[in-house]
Design a protein around this ligand. Structure first.
Ligand code: HEM
Length: 178
């Protein structure tokens, strides 16, 4: 698992398709750890690729790009720029699960320059719930389906529509039962 580097990296425009090698690894891990049961939170510490997928997705498309605080002065915290800072993230436009896996293949939960839920006293109140839900949602979907864009369909536009949060452009996706 330690060699999740160049071969499993792919441009953000291919996020949905995942590279075949990464997709195989994620599915292989879910099958090995969860087997025939449904994923539960007790599997969380063992599903390293699933966790790395979630973290890298939250990095490359920061859901809340700007956090605004009204204190004695108005303060804007640019979380997007933290997540795309080349001083901390090599080739930040590339989706790379290896960023969140250490040499033993364990998840790096709190790397530098990574704050998808903000920080300090105004940190997201829903962080724990959101992390649990995202894990259960993604691992359950990956257990049952492979996702691909339909034959001949344009690749998804992954720029995102920026409002208070970033939401995706419409795209077509096939969920193929495994
Ligand atoms: C992937 C999901 C989520 C992300 C990435 C996210 C991210 C954020 C961020 C960046 C902030 C601003 C933090 C700051 O100002 O420094 C925030 C604030 C907040 N979030 Fe979330 N959030 C998520 C889900 C949720 C959920 C599910 C809930 C509720 C159950 C929630 C409730 C809140 C609340 C109440 C605040 C305001 C906290 C305050 O100003 O004191 N969030 N969130």
């Amino acid at each position: 698992m330690a060699d999740m580097s160049s071969r499993s990296r792919f441009k953000a425009s291919a996020v949905v398709d995942l590279s075949s090698r990464s997709r195989f690894k994620v599915h292989e891990e879910v099958d090995a750890v969860v087997s025939a049961s449904l994923p539960t939170l007790s599997h969380r510490s063992q599903l390293h690729y699933v966790n790395a997928c979630l973290l890298e997705t939250m990095r490359i498309r920061t859901l809340v790009p700007i956090a605004t605080h009204a204190t004695a002065k108005d303060v804007m915290v640019n979380l997007h720029s933290l997540h795309m800072d080349p001083a901390y993230w090599t080739d930040p436009d590339w989706f790379d699960l290896g960023r969140f896996l250490d040499a033993e293949g364990n998840v790096i939960n709190k790397p530098q320059s990574f704050m998808p839920f903000g920080g300090g006293r105004r940190v997201c109140l829903g962080e724990l719930v959101a992390r649990m839900e995202l894990f259960l949602f993604l691992s359950t979907l990956l257990q049952s389906f492979t996702f691909r864009t339909p034959e001949g369909a344009p690749p998804p536009n992954t720029d995102g529509i920026i409002r208070l949060t970033v939401k995706p452009h419409l795209f077509q996706l096939c969920a193929i039962r495994r």
